[in-house]
Design a protein around this ligand. Structure first.
Ligand SMILES: Cc1ncc(C[n+]2csc(CCOP(=O)(O)OP(=O)(O)O)c2C)c(N)n1
Ligand SMILES: [Mg+2]
Length: 388
């Protein structure tokens, strides 16, 4: 029997370091309007600024519970979400603030949720790991590793059922061909729920795309130490009869070049797919991670190829509009200042919002009276649980 290596794993050959983009590297993304590309840069910068403010507030004990920051992975959420229609549903795990902001949630609602305040997107009852935004088709934010993947599969199944069987949408309007995204971390790859869901998706032609945000680590365990075929995760997709792709998640435009056509195919053919999206988080797994499993040098290598720096550089140096840089330095600095202001105001908004009333403990929870099943009789909506 071979022994698993005991030394902390560092970056291995299969885990690619991002390469600097050269002009002409981009495909369909380069043909998008300037305003679209500037908006993507803005979205990524908003997420980074927001996350930095969260880190500060957490250190000041203003945010409680677990807090998993998205710094370094911004291109993943922004590139994938911008390949969708607004009403394509998405579901993700607990590293979810980036997805919420990229989907259009206001920084105020997101920050207030971090603070556990009533003005938060989940009325302060969810916190960092449970961002929900029904108008923006975000169905969480889930803390149980892998548990969101069957939910994403169900969202896609529901959409297909509306289109194929009902011929109308339960939320109003005509039914249409949709695609759902179910994000997961590489640490969820070996959860049974994922494999059950992928099997059904392959079998029943469910238009869901499983996106592994592969940052190389499941907490402190390097992927190649805990997962088979880590060098080619597409083999997992093959076993369930679905298309698999490995996509560069360090460059938002390259990501779009590969991911958008995949989304279009899944939508058109109403078929599932699986993506190994290579990314990297600059901070620890959560705010309380001493990061003994990787070297500073490894982290720095990724930081030196930062997706935000790269896109800013493309728009300010390489891309030209009427002979001038697409994004001027002055506009870039104005955008930085505007985003800082938005995030500072979100802190103020969260700070000044009230905490939920104690009675809220008994609302928005599943209530299913079972006569004679409980020795204490039925629990009643809004009434304190007699067993507590
Ligand atoms: C079912 C379950 N088992 C264990 C945990 C504890 N846990 C939380 S995050 C995590 C690792 C997940 O890593 P990954 O999926 O790679 O996501 P990342 O944090 O890298 O974004 C574990 C084991 C959990 N939340 N749920
Ligand atoms: Mg991971």
């Amino acid at each position: 029997m071979t022994q698993a290596p005991s030394a902390p794993a560092s970056a291995t050959a299969f885990r690619p370091l991002p390469k600097a983009a050269a002009p002409g590297d981009y495909g369909i993304s380069a043909k998008l309007p300037d305003a679209t590309l500037i908006k993507w840069l803005r979205d990524m910068m908003l997420i980074r600024e927001f996350e930095n403010r969260c880190a500060q507030a957490y250190q000041q004990a203003k945010i409680g519970g677990f807090c998993h920051l998205y710094i370094g992975q911004e291109a993943a959420a922004v590139g994938t979400i911008n390949s969708l229609n607004h009403d394509d549903p998405i579901v993700t795990a607990y590293r979810d603030h980036g997805h919420a902001l990229a989907r259009g949630m206001s920084a105020d609602a997101c920050m207030a949720e971090m603070y556990g305040k009533v003005t938060g997107c989940a009325k302060g009852k969810g916190g960092s790991m449970h961002m929900f935004d029904k108008p923006n088709w975000l169905f969480g934010g889930h803390g149980i590793v892998g548990a969101q993947t069957p939910l994403g599969t169900g969202l896609a199944f529901a959409a297909r059922y509306e289109w194929e069987v009902m011929g109308k949408s339960v939320t109003g309007g005509p039914a249409k061909k949709k695609v759902a995204l179910a994000y997961l971390g590489d640490g969820a790859l070996n959860q049974g729920a994922l494999h059950e869901a992928m099997n059904l998706a392959g079998l029943l032609d469910i238009p869901v795309i499983y996106i592994v945000e592969n940052n190389g680590y499941s907490m402190g365990t390097a992927i190649e130490r805990g997962t088979t075929m880590a060098h080619d995760l597409r083999k997992k997709a093959e076993a369930y009869g679905m298309e698999g792709a490995i996509i560069d998640g360090f460059d938002v435009m390259k990501l779009y070049d590969q991911f958008k056509p995949l989304v279009d195919r899944c939508r058109e053919n109403q078929r599932p797919a699986f993506v190994d999206l290579k990314t990297y988080r600059y901070l620890g797994h959560s705010m309380s991670d001493p990061q003994k499993y990787r070297t500073k040098d490894e982290v720095d290598q990724y930081k030196n190829n930062d997706s935000i720096d790269r896109m800013a550089s493309y728009l300010m140096n390489e891309r030209k509009t009427n002979g001038k840089p697409t994004l001027s330095e002055a506009d870039f600095h104005a955008m930085q200042a505007e985003l800082k202001d938005i995030c500072m105001k979100s802190l103020e908004f969260a700070e000044n919002s009230p905490i939920p009333d104690a009675s809220e403990l008994y609302t928005d929870v599943l209530y299913n009276p079972q006569p004679n099943m409980s020795p204490m009789r039925d629990y009643t909506h809004g009434v304190k649980n007699p067993l507590l």
